[in-house]
Write a protein that binds this ligand. Structure first.
Ligand SMILES: Nc1ncnc2c1ncn2[C@@H]1O[C@H](COP(=O)(O)OP(=O)(O)OP(=O)(O)O)[C@@H](O)[C@H]1O
Ligand code: SF4
Ligand SMILES: [Mg+2]
Length: 334
């Protein structure tokens, strides 16, 4: 079921983000090999300052792998990551541990999927929230405590002062996720990553949490990369969508363009999988999983594609501009 959200600014509404000709984030030709598997295959996309982008695709598409690369958890040379990730002028692929100590938290922060496992069960909420404020923002104890209370209030936690003394297990899943959002935003990062931040939560508070992340990042003029399964939610929440399949970008562009008129057979299939309760029946994608074999030529979606041509088995379609979006397909919808 698509969750009704009205979270993106309406067309023509002034953006709170400063206009900038250079994108905040520029991912270019990002590839990741593990053994003989090509997990990411020349992934490219950009994100402007103050904008929001959703990475969508089925399980195994490479969404979390990209998020991990963006937060510097895949950067050691032996991991096999190549290409470029430019964040405000710094290449994150070649960034050193020392660089990451400066970047993580201040430039880029992450809200993980499952707050109950991401928060440390041995430390109170206050301790986990005040640590980045003291270490990264250089605040004294009293100032950090005051700011921690403000942050908890800003993410909608009632009785914020008392919550500082609570341990994560004393909070509900939604409250834990709010705490993690407060921690991620505490040092005002330029880029917030949110990897399926609501999938461990009750459906009734999923929209609240997505809205909270968007409102708080927008209020700070920050940018946000969301990882989402749900194409409809992604298009309502984010300015841009990047559709991934088997570690490749299949279609990417403004949300309205991609959802209103998807051209890639995979995006069309994903859209058809969005169940609308009051409309026709669900049309599932044909079953199958992508091959990650690095030596395999052609389009990774070909075994599941009803529009596949003979060429699709032999040649990988390049990502190029077609009707207002980037598209990798030899035989798109007309
Ligand atoms: N440490 C690893 N070693 C080998 N393969 C891995 C490793 N981590 C991830 N993969 C593979 O990389 C691919 C992409 O995984 P990833 O977790 O990024 O997908 P995802 O799009 O986030 O999926 P989900 O929606 O299920 O979270 C998968 O095929 C996965 O099996
Ligand atoms: S390139 Fe060919 S196989 Fe791949 S999605 Fe397009 S039509 Fe289908
Ligand atoms: Mg994932």
């Amino acid at each position: 079921m698509a969750i009704a959200l009205a979270m993106r600014p309406h067309a023509g509404e002034p953006s709170t983000a400063p206009a900038s000709p250079a994108p905040l984030l520029a991912v270019e030709g990002l590839s990741l090999t593990r053994g003989d598997k090509l997990i990411l295959d020349e992934v490219s996309f950009t994100l402007d300052k103050g904008a929001t982008l959703a990475l969508v695709g089925e399980s195994g598409a490479g969404k979390s792998t990209i998020a991990l690369a963006l937060i510097g958890l895949l950067t050691r040379p032996e991991v096999g990551l190549t290409g470029h990730i430019g964040l405000d002028g710094t290449d994150l692929v070649t960034a050193s541990a020392r660089d990451w100590a400066r970047l993580r938290g201040r430039k880029v922060a992450m809200v993980f999927q499952d707050a109950s496992s991401a928060l440390n069960p041995c430390f109170t909420v206050g301790s986990q929230l005040m640590t980045p404020l003291r270490r990264l923002a250089g605040m004294g104890k009293r100032a950090a405590r005051k700011r921690a209370i403000e942050l908890l209030e800003s993410v909608g936690l009632s009785d914020a002062e008392a919550r500082l003394e609570a341990y994560p297990h004393q909070l509900s899943g939604g409250m834990q996720q709010r705490v993690m959002i407060a921690i991620a935003l505490s040092t005002n990062p330029d880029l917030l990553l949110a990897d399926e931040p609501t999938s461990a939560l009750d459906v009734t508070i999923q929209a609240q949490i997505v809205r909270l992340i968007l409102e708080e990042t927008r209020r700070r003029g920050a940018s946000c990369v969301f990882v989402l399964h749900d194409l409809a939610l992604a298009s309502q929440a984010c300015d841009h969508i990047v559709v991934l399949y088997g570690g490749q970008v299949m279609e990417a562009g403004p949300s309205e363009v991609v959802l209103r008129e998807p051209l890639h057979p995979y995006t069309i299939g994903l859209k058809a999988c969005v169940l609308e309760i009051d409309t026709e029946e669900l049309t599932p994608l044909p079953p199958g999983a992508p091959s990650f074999a690095s030596h395999k030529p052609g389009c990774r979606f070909a075994p599941r594609c009803a529009s596949a041509l003979e060429r699709c088995q032999r040649e990988k379609p390049p990502l190029q501009m077609v009707r207002g979006r980037k598209l990798a397909c030899w035989n798109p919808a007309s």
